[in-house]
Design a protein around this ligand. Structure first.
Ligand code: X6L
Ligand code: MG
Ligand code: MG
Length: 172
């Protein structure tokens, strides 16, 4: 069994509903189980800053699937939810990224793991550390909690749910 962590983000439309729909689609895949979800955070946009604030969260996945198959599930989920890519770093109704796949380090044309900039992004690190405070960066070996110190700005706890089922069934 493999453990992966996925980062989810939305800043267009009903942002919470988009996160919920994405989690529902992913958890309905065969041979893949969402074991835990982080709280939802409201986060200031980074990269391209002149856009709406995001809701971000991280989910922990258990699966026998390869990282490539999980990537295709992420991209298909974005398609099903109607993602339109207008420009790099621009607004999106839903984004699903693979952060970690076990402690593996892989670089191929369309997939790099660990996610190359994850240790520079508070909106990724804070929800990830909520799920697993003792994770180390698979390449550098540095605890992620050491990277997060200078990146807490603009990341605010928005809502906590009592488990995966409570999250996907919550009405808003
Ligand atoms: C210098 C240059 C500093 C580029 C930062 C950071 C670029 C993050 C892209 C960067 C740079 C990104 C989200 C977001 C995006 C999200 C929040 C990206 C890709 N996605 N901001 N910005 N949440 N809060 O999910 O992550 S665009
Ligand atoms: Mg992203
Ligand atoms: Mg992405």
């Amino acid at each position: 069994m493999n453990t992966a962590y996925l980062s989810l983000g939305s800043n267009i439309g009903d942002r919470l509903d988009m996160l919920q729909e994405a989690v529902r689609i992913v958890m309905n895949q065969e041979d893949l189980h969402i074991s835990r979800i982080s709280s939802v955070y409201e986060t200031a946009p980074v990269g391209f800053t002149d856009q709406a604030s995001f809701l971000n969260m991280v989910v922990e996945v258990q699966s026998n699937l390869s990282a490539f198959k999980i990537l295709s599930i992420c991209l298909e989920t974005e398609q099903v939810l109607g993602r339109i890519r207008e420009f790099r770093w621009g607004p999106r109704c839903i984004d699903l990224d693979i952060l970690l796949y076990n402690d593996e380090n892989m670089e191929s044309e369309n997939l790099i793991i660990p996610h190359p900039r994850m240790h520079e992004r508070g909106f990724v690190l804070i929800p990830l550390l909520e799920l697993n405070p003792n994770l180390n960066h698979p390449i550098t070996g540095v605890p992620f909690r050491q990277y997060v110190e200078e990146q807490k700005e603009g990341v605010h706890l928005w809502k906590t749910f009592d488990g995966v089922d409570a999250f996907v069934h919550s009405e808003n």
